[in-house]
Design a protein around this ligand. Sequence first.
Ligand SMILES: Cc1ncc(COP(=O)(O)O)c(C=O)c1O
Length: 482
Amino acid sequence: MALHTGDPLYLALASELRSAMEEGRLAPGARLPSIRETATMRRLSMNTVLAAYRLLETRGLVEAKPHSGYFVKAQLPITEGRPLRQAGRARETELAVLDQITAVITAQALPGTVDLSLACPRLGPWYPGEKLGRITSRLLQQRPELITTYSLPPGPPLVRDQIARHAQTLGMKLDPDRVVLTNGCLEALQIALRGVTRPGDTVGIESPTYFSLLPLLAELGLKARELPTHPETGLVLGTLEALLCEKRLAAVIAMPNIHNPMGSIMPLAAKKRLAALVNLHKVPLIEDAIYAELQFRAPLEPAVRAFDADGWVIVCSSFSKTLAPGFRLGWLEGGRFHRELAQIKFASSVAQPALLAEAVGVFLESGGYEAHLRHLRRAYAIQMDRLRGLVADHLPAGTRATSPAGGYLLWVELPEGCSAQGLFQKALAEMITVTPGNLFSPSGRYDRYLRLSACYSLEGPFTRALSTLGRLAREQLASARG
Ligand SMILES: Cc1ncc(COP(=O)(O)O)c(C=O)c1O
């Protein structure tokens, strides 16, 4: 097979061998040809082959055995799509899910727990903290008025300009004057929902979905209608189209690029069709693009907003996953709803802190963001392979997981007989927290699923905690099987 042109040779070789493993041409347990054999066969230097083999080893895809060579490790099977059976609306289930969300978040904040699933890197090389700190303190010295006067909307032009420029990498043409700065992506989603719905309305959400949407919808008096998804291709459009035709939805919320928790990307044709559908039926789509820049492959797949003809797609995002969650800097661009949404932001919290917004603007303008994103994409792609490998090693046979196209979240499907909620309780008793799957839908339907996160160091405590989780899951299986 020809090597991919453009990639450094060792990367191209590693990616070719990886494809062979995924497609089963290199089976688990198989020995890779020796470094010398591969080098001779492909006319590569021994160093190039060694670098490729070492990369596969770092990614947990092969293991080196002393004096014997490199061997393919067991692959974690990929989760398959399943039909979504509509559950009757059980209010008690919805309330129980909301309670469980609070319980899980409380547990994750307990000191001394090993967290396997929070969607937020802690420490480590994930955020450019030092550089942002230097920029912020320099700004404070040079322009003290950034904190001694009220921040007013629409906020510093530099950051809005940079957000609009940067959005082009996802195919979006945004007007900087219509970018509204928000308190994280969650406030952007909240403002968008408040602007386009009334209490009692029904909103289409992906199933599974980002679980904080559920308390948000409940708080606004909105009903959630679960829409089917596929673990690799995200939102499935058939049901949505029928509901739109029947005028049963006031809005739709979706994560077309790097879904939380599945890590999926909708194919281009589906994105175009989604944009066409919401324009045709005049129903706003709230596009959550918070992980979109963390796609593993370049060039980035575009946002649905890139195909929006008439302003029916509201795009929401933030810098929480890529730069600085503590800055709480998010944004939205409201399309045809711009005026209402800007007013809601003003009425609820006036504006974002100018100092922090300006600091992000300076960082983006310096070109540092692109380099930082490139680093994150590479690092998370490696982490994700390693996490999948660890799941294959430690969780019971029969476990499956998604194969995310970006981000750092892994959606794990446990074998029949396991209960993620039960596992959460048992793990907590051992000071380990995971996010059980039933949080990710108002009908609590994903009780055999867990979300894990690859944005931590996977060494030592993480691996030990995962191994404990595996033991607990096997105990559950044993007692389920009687
Ligand atoms: C899909 C998704 N949307 C929105 C948010 C909220 O982002 P922020 O922390 O910027 O409010 C998160 C946070 O985890 C998320 O995963």
